[in-house]
Design a binder for this molecule. Structure first.
Ligand SMILES: Nc1ncnc2c1ncn2[C@@H]1O[C@H](COP(=O)(O)OP(=O)(O)OP(=O)(O)O)[C@@H](O)[C@H]1O
Length: 210
């Protein structure tokens, strides 16, 4: 379970969120600038709240000034809107980048299995510029899953895709949800997408859930 109770002063309003997410897919909707990405960044450890607590599976990963577990040790998979792949690295290297050097040495079979499951093994030697948007998304999903995350965060992961690739992406997310049974928080501006994918839909307005 992901448990959040945090506040953070932003430029024009205060982010103030209390939320529990079980093994379900929660969709976060809200106007541009309402604080959705900042919330995801706080959960991932990329941004620091002013106070509160964040727990994942009963482990406290943030508690005011007392506890701050760094992003790489939180067990959070994060898929960004633009996927944030390294352009100079192959697909395989992009996925392996999520692992430490010693993990890479012993987990080669695991990396192979994740690439296989996501149907991108044949692209392992390709660079991001040589693959399609939908394939890039699969690489981003592979990179997020290869560390066996306890929570998955997705920030508008389908917005750059055409209708066909979106459908494939939805199918992929549905199978990830079924296989992994972890809390998933998905940000989208697309209501149809939210209705289709979400177990629960929540709205953010000026930093508050309503
Ligand atoms: N570290 C920060 N300190 C102060 N204000 C911030 C910080 N980060 C973001 N903001 C402000 O907080 C507000 C919310 O930004 P955020 O990117 O979280 O919104 P969003 O809902 O994800 O928007 P979009 O849907 O356009 O991606 C914006 O007004 C932004 O300028």
């Amino acid at each position: 379970m992901l448990s959040i109770d945090l506040h953070k002063q932003l430029s024009h309003f205060k982010l103030d969120v209390q939320l529990r997410i079980h093994h379900e897919l929660v969709v976060l909707l809200g106007r541009s600038g309402s604080g959705k990405t900042t919330l995801l960044n706080c959960i991932a450890g990329l941004s620091k709240p002013d106070g509160g607590t964040i727990s994942i599976d009963d482990q406290c990963v943030y508690d005011g000034n007392r506890v701050f577990i760094p992003p790489q040790r939180r067990g959070v998979g994060y898929i960004f809107q633009d996927y944030a792949l390294f352009p100079h690295m192959t697909v395989q290297k992009n996925v392996e980048y999520a692992l430490t050097k010693s993990e890479r040495a012993v987990q080669r079979n695991h990396v192979d299995a994740v690439l296989e499951t996501l149907g991108i093994s044949h692209l392992r030697k390709s660079k991001p510029r040589e693959i399609s948007g939908g394939e890039k998304q699969r690489v981003a999903v592979a990179r997020a899953l290869v560390r066996r995350p306890r929570v998955l965060l997705m920030d508008e992961p389908f917005s750059a895709l055409d209708e066909w690739s979106k459908e494939e992406g939805y199918g992929l997310l549905e199978s990830v949800q079924q296989d992994w049974q972890i809390p998933i928080l998905l940000v989208t501006h697309n209501y149809r997408e939210a209705e289709r994918l979400g177990d629960r839909l929540i709205y953010m307005e000026e930093g508050r859930l309503c």
